[in-house]
Design a protein around this ligand. Structure first.
Ligand SMILES: *Cc1c(COP(=O)(O)O)cnc(C)c1O
Length: 396
């Protein structure tokens, strides 16, 4: 199959993309227009938690598409009820609102916190977020994000997101005033380069927010749904946040996200929140199939075993090449290199023959690994061996 260049140019240019068109996926493997296969350690940016085209997803899509696709969010449908119950029963949250993307779920979290501030905190609206954080690409979530330059890109930004430093409680304390309503963070900063919030920091943050009457919001769009080896990453710290957002893995590749909150915070009035596609049965049926696969006995044990294998392998590579080690939780990991080889390695990996390898470099000196949660031990060994060869080639 050749590339339809006129068609390709009909797509709006938003990023530099390699001239490859992917046509097929299976598990940890993707195939392009020319029939070349790639071992995929990006998986749609930590989205395809069961890999490409998992049978449980196909079966759910097929079954639900024959039953009912969209009765409208003004009516109940069974898959959204089933998925909400699963999330509520597996977490500290009491209610769920489904949306279509991580940014949309975070917008909902921001609105819910502001509404709660109007009702209970005399109109307090500021949400303290963190330097280098990533919460999405809508105007409000870009303003909430701590990516350098994002506060001026589409000015004027949405007001009310002062930035603290991750793992520095004093920096949070210093920003609290009577307009503050919440603190929002990623348990592991993903886009920033896999930087975990320390367990003790999360615990202290929970204590501080309780003392000061503030909501604690965890953005688990990347860390949720088993990615870090627990169903939700906040569980590692033994804390109970007030609000959590889920995205990416919750749909396993289809557009689905969730805003979860404890009963005391669920203060939306009719008309405050909604959306045409929200909680549609086609996507939530897939969510149920994904959830039941992740929650099956032994699944997360295997994620943790593969996470340790990847961690050990990356540490060995780091030692061999004089790099600066690796970090992460579960199957969200990063290799910290000693120089800015990232982009060159990403390209060399993709160009590798006869089979390519898909990697991500969120920073010049960093490689990020977010394979399918059911990646096999062999696939991890293969990736590590190829990566060692690629480093040799790039540094030759
Ligand atoms: C990816 C991501 C988002 C945005 O999700 P979209 O589905 O791309 O809107 C928000 N927060 C975090 C932590 C993410 O990793």
């Amino acid at each position: 199959m050749s590339i339809d260049r006129a068609g390709l140019n009909a797509l709006m240019e938003i990023t530099s993309r390699p001239e490859l068109v992917f046509v097929r996926g299976q598990g940890s493997w993707l195939e392009d227009h020319a029939g070349k296969r790639y071992l995929d350690f990006i998986q749609g940016w930590a989205v395809n938690c069961l890999g490409h085209n998992h049978p449980a997803m196909i079966e759910a899509l097929d079954r639900q598409s024959r039953l009912l696709i969209n009765p409208s969010p003004a009516f109940y449908n069974q898959p959204s009820i089933d998925l909400a119950r699963r999330i509520v029963e597996s977490s500290c949250f009491d209610r769920v609102f489904f949306a279509n993307s991580g940014a949309e779920a975070n917008e909902g979290a921001i609105k819910l916190a502001r509404k709660w501030g109007q009702l209970h905190r005399k109109g307090a609206y500021k949400i303290i977020t963190f330097d280098h954080s990533f919460h999405g690409r809508t105007l409000a979530t870009m303003s909430a994000s701590g990516k350098p330059g994002w506060d001026t890109k589409f000015a004027p930004q949405v007001d009310g997101f002062p930035k603290a430093d991750l793992n520095d409680l004093d920096s949070v304390r210093a920003l609290i005033d009577d307009q503050t309503v919440a603190v929002m963070l990623e348990p592991v900063q993903g886009e920033a380069g896999v930087i975990p919030a320390m367990r003790e920091f999360l615990q202290d943050l929970r204590t501080l927010t309780r003392e000061r009457g503030l909501l604690l919001i965890v953005d688990e769009v990347q860390t949720g749904m088993g990615r870090t080896g627990r169903l939700y990453a906040y569980q590692h710290a033994g804390i109970e946040p007030d609000i959590m957002t889920l995205g990416k893995g919750i749909g396993g590749g289809v557009p689905l996200s969730a805003l979860c909150a404890r009963e005391a915070v669920c203060c939306f009035e009719h008309g405050d929140q909604g959306g045409t596609y929200n909680g549609n049965p086609l996507m939530t049926a897939v969510g149920v199939a994904i959830f039941d696969t992740l929650a099956a006995p032994g699944f997360l044990d295997e994620v943790n075993a593969r996470g340790r294998q990847l961690s050990d392998g990356l540490t060995a590579l780091s030692d061999k090449w004089g790099m600066q080690g690796e970090r992460g939780q579960g199957l969200l990991r990063a290799l910290v290199m000693d120089r800015d080889d990232g982009p060159a390695l990403v390209q060399a990996a993709r160009d590798r023959a006869p089979e390519g390898l898909l990697l991500n470099a969120p920073r010049g000196n960093l490689l990020r690994f977010m394979p399918a949660l059911n990646v096999t031990a062999d696939e991890i060994d293969t990736m590590l061996a190829w990566l060692d060869d690629l480093i040799t080639a790039v540094r030759a």
